[in-house]
Design a protein. Structure first.
Length: 103
């Protein structure tokens, strides 16, 4: 069985949420309302100070049509990064395990 780097998975999860929000031109308030969490909680998630709980993560995946195992599957994750870059027409910088949309 493959072992997972939990820190990397945590970072990916938070960055997926942030980068999807940005690529869709949503404010933190709009995204937080969609997920049923506070803007403050979303800010903490996006800044790696807190992990999303299961229900907001599943709602996020369902709402935006993403697989729930996206942060766990290297191939899926790399494909998502390429698709996000195409959608946003902004290059993505990859710093270690982090994904950033250039602002």
């Amino acid at each position: 069985m493959k072992s997972f780097n939990t820190r990397e998975i945590s970072h990916r999860t938070c960055h997926i949420i942030r980068d999807e929000r940005r690529s869709r031109d949503l404010t933190q308030i709009e995204m937080a309302q969609e997920l049923g969490i506070s803007q403050s909680a979303l800010s903490k998630i996006e800044n790696l100070a807190m992990m999303p709980t299961l229900l907001p993560w599943l709602k996020f995946c369902s709402t935006f049509g993403l697989p729930a195992n996206l942060p766990l599957d290297e191939k899926l994750y790399k494909g998502w990064m390429k698709e996000l870059e195409k959608k946003s027409s902004k290059p993505i910088r990859n710093k270690g395990t982090k994904t950033y949309l250039n602002s």
